[in-house]
Design a protein around this ligand. Structure first.
Ligand code: TGC
Ligand code: FAD
Length: 390
């Protein structure tokens, strides 16, 4: 199927030439390279490691960071790149989000000069992989309660605890790990061969199958004291990283929705039932219009949060609204596209079903839909509805 990118409100006119160059180069990579392997990777449950070199050479790893071998592109160009990657597969965008917006950003924002110089250039070049370990088996939506512990003994920190659902976990050369230390959450850099550190691949996912998801285990794991990220005392430090990734997800979700809409529109125009293309039926047209309407609203939201981020005035809650709503729209669009494709919609050769399954994960990670609702409810009323003890 060919891909026709919907742009009903001519948003292309609002992007700079440089932003469009980035968008188009990633679009080309996804169309001509990534989409050749992504559907089979999803089917096989395999991460496409053969794409990492090309992704790095396009400057997409830590693309919006300055210096240390990073491309230093603006927030809108970065968002458009995430949109195009997720047009391929949410797992591909996830890899880039975790590497750049979570792992590299944690080192960039919270690390020492030595940690930045040591890690960022190799991570930007795709020669090393990083993961971000915040979630634990019993602490998902509420990471403030996390139980992993780090204790300073002589010149080493001793880490104990478990992380779960960690993207890139089993392939990472270094893990950014969040643990309690002296009564506060702190970040640590744990290299893959640190004594007492092991990972387990989480198998059996029916969503995000082209992405690695792992448990991390720390049993009296010893790391040098220089591996603590110095500026990370408190939950605010990892939450700052989540803002970066949630911003990228808001854009990425638009890409997945655009892929599904394009596939459904082309299919509807060519599939004949009752002696007419199904696109000629009012009910099918209504579905296509709802899809376009949602996508257009999401595109406008992305453009606006991009410019606010550029100005440096964006608030985390504004990102929450975009992550929440754009993923919800994308999931609705994917489900409608699957429906319009009829029985073909459940087949691997069509992409809408794959996007639909991926988007169930995207709705849950980086703050579930409902957690973002509560973040927004708190923001507009001033009253927290998360429950639990104050
Ligand atoms: P709370 O009391 O609300 O806040 C504590 C301090 O942090 C500040 N803060 C933020 N700062 C920056 N960015 C944000 N988004 C912030 N949210 C809160 C806040 O102002 C306060 O600062 P201060 O100076 O007053 O101390 O903290 P809480 O413990 O009650 O937590 C609030 C809550 C529930 C919203 C938070 O825990 C949350 O967002 N939960 C969702 C967990 C989550 O998103 N996990 C994601 C794990 S990583 C992942 O999923 C990767 S997926 C792979 C991929 O991206 O592809
Ligand atoms: P829970 O927190 O147990 O939530 C279950 C349900 O309860 C949800 O519907 C939720 O909205 C609801 N709920 C929870 N609290 C409330 C409340 N106060 N009020 C109302 N409803 C509530 N984490 C990382 O740290 N790093 C990663 O790289 C990473 N990658 C991931 C990759 C995948 C494929 C997946 C699926 C997850 C990943 N995660 C990662 C974890 C992800 O961030 C968590 O799954 C997410 O934060 C939700 O936590 P949970 O799954 O424990 O659900």
């Amino acid at each position: 199927m060919t891909f026709e990118a919907p742009d009903y409100y001519r948003l292309d006119e609002l992007y700079s030439a440089d932003e469009l160059v980035v968008r188009d180069s990633v679009r080309k990579f996804v169309q001509h390279s990534a989409l050749k392997t992504l559907p089979s990777c999803f089917e096989e449950g395999r991460f496409p490691d053969e794409l990492v070199g090309e992704i790095a050479s396009l400057g997409l790893l830590g693309a919006n960071l300055e210096g240390y071998g990073c491309a230093g592109i603006g927030p809108v160009a970065y968002g458009l790149a995430m949109q195009e990657l997720e047009r391929g597969d949410s797992g591909l965008r996830s890899f880039v989000s975790v590497q750049g917006s979570l792992g590299m950003y944690a080192i960039y924002a919270h690390g020492t000069e030595e940690q930045k110089t040591r890690w960022l250039p190799e991570l930007a070049a795709g020669k090393k992989i990083v993961c971000f370990g915040l979630t634990e088996p019993d602490f998902g939506s509420n990471p403030s309660g996390l139980q992993a512990r780090a204790e300073l003994v002589g010149d080493e920190y001793i880490l104990n605890g478990n992380k779960m659902w960690i993207t890139n976990g089993s392939i990472a050369d270094v893990a950014v790990v969040w643990a309690q230390c002296d009564g506060e959450i702190n970040g640590f850099l744990v290299e893959k061969d640190a004594p007492g550190f092991s990972t387990t691949l989480q198998k059996g996912k029916w969503s995000l199958r082209a992405s690695i998801t792992s448990e991390l285990h720390f049993e009296d794991c010893r790391i040098p004291r220089e591996c603590r990220l110095p500026n990370t005392t408190g939950i605010k430090a990892p939450l700052m990283c989540l803002n970066q990734a949630r911003y990228g997800i808001a854009w990425g979700a638009v890409g997945a929705a655009m892929a599904c809409y394009s596939e459904a529109l082309e299919y509807a125009k060519t599939r004949v039932q009752f002696s007419a293309p199904i696109a000629s039926f009012q009910l099918v047209q209504a579905k296509l219009v709802e899809m376009l309407s949602g996508i257009t609203a999401s595109q406008l939201r992305c453009h606006r949060i991009g410019r606010l981020k550029e100005q440096g005035t964006i608030r985390p809650q504004q990102i929450s609204l975009a992550k929440r709503d754009n993923v919800a729209v994308a999931l609705d669009v994917a489900r409608s596209a699957r429906d319009i494709l009829g029985a073909n919609g459940i087949m691997e050769e069509y992409q809408s079903g794959r996007h639909m399954r991926n988007l169930e994960t995207v709705k849950t990670y980086e703050g579930t839909h409902d957690i973002h609702t509560l973040i927004l409810g708190n923001d507009i009323t001033g009253i927290s509805a998360f429950g639990g003890e104050e």
